[in-house]
Structures are given as structure tokens and as C-alpha cells.
Design a protein around this ligand. Structure first.
Ligand SMILES: O=C(O)CCC(=O)C(=O)O
Length: 273
């Protein structure tokens, strides 16, 4: 599935895109796999409950195939180019509101985005993803993770976060909700078991600056308990088509284990000081 030029222009201009019904015919097995992963993978190694499972689709052989699914791959290629990178993603039962934030902040050198799958029908006031159109654009009001000189969008504008002017992506299961990592997003009024999972995706890095961004991204996103971006399952079951979206990440994540080790040591030093 390829997006139209209008859809691509919409995404570049407003920083998000709602592709309705794209995976409507597949949503049965996708939801079943979501539930299975959550049933079998809910505890951290210390026995506490996980808030989110990262990476998510990597836990299920069937969900791994989403990366080469003609709809997912076609939509991602339309927005990021052919050899886009798969940068993991999370899955969880969201509970309640999630406040306004960006998923990091990137200048125009690199393009990173999130593709979100919401598995229940959602409306503006029952947890649908809200986005501030155009807030991905590099401008003083939006840059930095909080934006506008460090303002907290949930409290510093004199209105409740739910009254910040925004578009709501009122999704049905099978829709794709896609947004640039810079785009300010939030949700309000969701119940205690709002099911969703995401794919983080980035354009293939072709310049030294983009490669540096990719390495920085991996260092910041790979959780300390998983010094690799993808699971063994994701990699060992990959066909050549999927490998196109894994290879550049595999080649550029070598520094992350060392980075985690360094952070661990720094933390221990701070505790012992
Ligand atoms: O659905 C939500 O409440 C917010 C999702 C979100 O913040 C994210 O996936 O980055």
C-alpha cells in the first residue's frame, strides 16, 4: 500500500497522519497476538509488573511479520523511503491520561516517527490520541521536549491539558495513527485498559550526521536490560525483506552495551558518594 502525494504532504506539513482501516482485515490475529504477548511477558526480571513491553512486536513471531507486511511496509516507505529502519517500539495497556510530550526532539537532519496501533475504538474523550498539528516543526515554541522555553503543556498555559487546541485521531481497530517523534501528543479520558502498541521507525541514515543521530537514538532508546535493539526472534526469523529494515541498526548499535555499563558505573558511584 502506497500513500498518495496528498497524504505524504499532510504528514510532512502537520506532523501526523491517520490511515483509516488500513489493517482492518488483519486486526483479529493482531489483537490475539497482542493479548498473548501481554499474558506471557508481563513481569520484569525482579518480579515487578512491566509498565510497557519493549520491544513489543519482537516477542511474537507473527507480529514480527508486520515489518514486511505490504500495508505497514508500504506506508512506512512512503513516508521515510525504501530502506527505513525499525527501531523497536513498545506495547502496553495504557491507563488514564497521558500528558503532553514529544518523543524526543530532532532537527531537520533526521526523520523519526511512530506508527501506533490502537486496538479498541477510541473517541476524543475516551483516550484517542491527540496531536497538535505542526508541532513537529523546528520552531522556538515547540523545540525541546517540553517546548516554549521549557513550559509544561499540562499546566503552564492556564488551561487543563485536555483544552490545549489539538486534533483527535478517533481510531477504530485496524487504523494506523502515525506521528513524527517531535509532534506534541497526549490522550485524555482513556479507561484503565487501553490497548496499544507501536513501531518506532526512522529514515535510512545516509550522511555522517544522520548516522550520529541514529547512534544517539539507539543509545537513548535501548533499555538497559536489552543491550540490543531487536530480539533474537526478530532477527533469526527475518527474510531479506525484513533485514533491509534491521541491518543498519545492527551495524550501529555496538556502542550501546558499553554505554549502559558506563551509566551503571556512574550511578553506582553517585549512590556510594
Ligand atoms: O496513547 C497515548 O495515550 C499516548 C501514546 C504515547 O505517548 C506514545 O506512544 O508515545
Amino acid at each position: 500500500m502506497k500513500l498518495t502525494q496528498q497524504q505524504k504532504d499532510f504528514f510532512d506539513t502537520f506532523g501526523f497522519l491517520h490511515v483509516k482501516g488500513a489493517l482492518k482485515n488483519e486486526i483479529g490475529w493482531i489483537t490475539e497476538e497482542f493479548e498473548t504477548v501481554n499474558r506471557t511477558c508481563v513481569l520484569n526480571s525482579d518480579g515487578t509488573k512491566k509498565a510497557a513491553i519493549v520491544p513489543f512486536i519482537d516477542q511474537s513471531e507473527k507480529l514480527c511479520t508486520l515489518l514486511e507486511h505490504p500495508v505497514v511496509e508500504g506506508v512506512a516507505e512512503s513516508l521515510l523511503g525504501e530502506d527505513f529502519n525499525y527501531l523497536a517500539g513498545d506495547g502496553r495497556y495504557y491507563s488514564g491520561d497521558s500528558g503532553w510530550h514529544s518523543d524526543g526532539w530532532w532537527d531537520t537532519t533526521s526523520k523519526f516517527m511512530k506508527m501506533a496501533f490502537y486496538l479498541d475504538p477510541l473517541t476524543r474523550d475516551t483516550g484517542a490520541l491527540r496531536v497538535v498539528p505542526g508541532s513537529h516543526i523546528v520552531a522556538d515554541q515547540f523545540s525541546t521536549n517540553r517546548g516554549n522555553g521549557g513550559k509544561n503543556w499540562n499546566s503552564d498555559f492556564g488551561v487543563h491539558g485536555r483544552d490545549i487546541p489539538a486534533s483527535a485521531l478517533e481510531t477504530q481497530p485496524g487504523d494506523l495513527a502515525i506521528f513524527n517523534h517531535n509532534t506534541k501528543h497526549a490522550s485524555f479520558g482513556g479507561n484503565s485498559k487501553r490497548r496499544m502498541f507501536t513501531l518506532n521507525l526512522g529514515a535510512h541514515a545516509t550522511t555522517p550526521a544522520q548516522l550520529e543521530h541514529l547512534k544517539y537514538y539507539l543509545g537513548a532508546h535501548i533499555p538497559p536490560w536489552a543491550p540490543r535493539t531487536h530480539t533474537e526472534l526478530m532477527r533469526s526469523t527475518a527474510n531479506e525483506r525484513r533485514m533491509r529494515h534491521l541491518r543498519q541498526v545492527i551495524e550501529n548499535e555496538g556502542h550501546v552495551a558499553e554505554l549502559h555499563e558506563k551509566k551503571k558505573k556512574q550511578k553506582a558511584q553517585t549512590v556510594n558518594a
